[in-house]
Design a protein around this ligand. Sequence first.
Ligand SMILES: [Zn+2]
Length: 75
Amino acid sequence: MELTITEFVLWVLLGSAAAVLACALASRWLHRRAEHRGRMRRVVCRMCLHAFEDSSRDEVVKCPACGIPTGRGNA
Ligand SMILES: [Zn+2]
C-alpha cells in the first residue's frame, strides 16, 4: 500500500492531535494529583484557624502557631 501525500498529511495531523490530547490529559491528571496531595498536606488549626502544611503522615499534628494538637482532614 502506497501513501498519497494527502493520506500522509492526514495521518500526521491525526497523530499530532492525538499527541496533544494525550499531553493535555496527562498534565490535567498530574495537576489533579498534585492538588490532591496538597490538600492532604494542608491542615487548619481548629483553635486559631492557622493554616499550615505538614508532610508527615500523622493523624494528629501540632499547630506551629499555638501548639494545640490538630486532627488532619477537618478543613
Ligand atoms: Zn493553632
